[in-house]
Design a protein around this ligand. Structure first.
Ligand code: GRG
Length: 421
């Protein structure tokens, strides 16, 4: 039995009771040229949610399939690996290098830029963990390695470039957090004061710009225009997603399609395109790169869907930021969208405005009586399954390191669903 099915069976049996159906393959096809992933990225939004049940239509590039996951409990202890400890040593080297990449002689800029790279406030380091594991999972012969006489040196070189992608990704991520906190006027982040609350909006914006510029310098050093283009598109997506969220009309705020597109731009694009960059830097074909991209995209979407759940169910202390912050900022996420389907009168409450605490309370009351949280978890599980499936479809390998890394990537799909912070 495929590993991911075993993992899903063991941990999400109840969440997956309805039969998810992948109804059609939409735009992304495995024969697409590799740069098409960026346009696939745009059409990631092609995911069309069909409300009212377990029907879900996704832009899924390799095949149509139907799965029925039963509720048997399968013990997979011997198959699980701790993804974070597998790359812990490499991550701490990476953290040190990141700190050295953002040194500047201007003291205020230095303290702003390094603020979230200090020990203890580095966050979960989820993205670099995924990227390092992806690099190992893809450490199989490629078309270019067949003709490469300097395989050893070139593989060392490849790993250094892939580590660089992990560093760049983390810098872009933190830059976006700094700017996001300014836009949201956030007080806390990662359990400490947000940079804007500590140093003011102007320095927080400049620190974000500075991180972004250092990320660009590192990206240029890779001398790979396709990879530069991928990461530049990610930044465009972050800005687009944020602007979509900020400027949505009341009709758009009620649309699951709009929400999923915005979610891809804000959370899925960075990890999916970085995964693809890791594959391209190793010399993989567009098909393999697309699988890496698909893993990142679906993992990112699952991650954000669970984030949206946790915003309602988590405590301020466990999240390191204010609970209920989305709804209090007027941001409508999947749980409320699902609840609206069951209780259309909730739309009027939302339209009355969520700056009014009474409206927020009423919306929460509807949410509590609906299946909004459960259905959001179900949708996240669907994406987690698609992510795991992408790993299963990678070229065969019997190298232990490769197999362990692939298992860890699949294990991450389970952890994303079960996380509490
Ligand atoms: C400057 C690149 C740039 C963008 C500006 C503000 C903006 C445009 C984009 C905001 C994008 C954003 C912050 C999306 C939220 C992504 C997200 C899921 C953040 C939480 O990530 P975690 O849980 O956090 O990995 P930690 O703290 O663990 O790193």
């Amino acid at each position: 039995m495929a590993i991911w099915r075993q993992l899903l069976r063991s941990s999400h049996a109840s969440a997956l009771r309805p039969i998810p159906r992948i109804l059609s393959s939409l735009s992304a096809s495995s024969s697409s040229p590799s740069h098409a992933c960026t346009s696939d990225a745009r059409s990631a939004s092609l995911e069309v949610w069909k409300g009212g049940g377990a029907l879900f239509c996704g832009s899924h590039c390799y095949h149509n399939a139907r799965y029925q996951l039963d509720q048997d409990s399968v013990t997979v202890a011997e198959e699980t690996v701790d993804p974070f400890s597998l790359v812990a040593d490499e991550l701490s080297v990476l953290a040190n290098r990141l700190r050295s990449m953002i040194i500047t002689e201007v003291p205020k800029l230095a303290s702003g830029a390094e603020y979230f790279f200090k020990m203890g406030v580095e966050g979960k380091r989820f993205r670099p963990t995924v990227l390092l594991l992806m690099a190992s999972a893809l450490n199989v012969p490629t078309p270019s390695s067949a003709t490469d006489n300097t395989a050893h040196d070139s593989s060392m070189d490849t790993r250094a470039k892939q580590q660089c992608i992990a560093e760049i990704t983390e810098m872009i991520h933190v830059a976006s957090l700094l700017h996001d906190d300014v836009l949201d006027d956030a007080d806390t982040r990662r359990g400490v004061g947000s940079l804007n609350s500590v140093m003011g909006n102007k320095l927080a914006v400049l620190a974000g710009d500075f991180l972004l510029s250092r990320a660009c310098v590192a990206l240029a050093s890779l001398k790979n225009t396709e990879v530069v283009s991928l990461l530049a598109t990610v930044v465009e997506h972050l800005v687009t997603g944020e602007t979509m969220q900020m400027t949505s009309t009341s009709e758009q705020r009620r649309s699951m399609e709009y929400y999923l597109q915005k979610t891809y731009y804000k959370t899925g694009s960075l990890i999916s395109n970085s995964c693809k960059a890791v594959a391209l830097l190793a010399g993989h074909t567009s098909e393999v790169s697309l699988l890496a991209y698909d893993y990142g995209r679906n993992l990112g979407l699952a991650y954000q869907l669970i984030d949206d759940v946790l915003d309602f169910t988590g405590s301020t202390s466990s999240l390191g930021k204010g609970a209920l912050s989305d709804i209090r900022h007027g941001t409508i996420t999947a749980p409320i969208l699902f609840a609206m389907e069951e209780f259309p009168q909730l739309q009027k409450v939302v339209d009355r405005g969520l700056s009014d605490a009474a409206n927020v309370d009423e919306a929460l009351d509807y949410l509590g009586r609906s299946r909004g949280i459960e259905r959001t978890r179900l949708l996240a599980a669907e994406h987690a399954g698609l992510a795991a499936e992408a790993i299963e479809l990678l070229p065969e390998s019997d190298t232990e390191d490769v197999l362990i890394s692939r298992r860890a990537l699949i294990d991450l799909t389970r952890r994303v669903l079960n996380r509490t912070k």
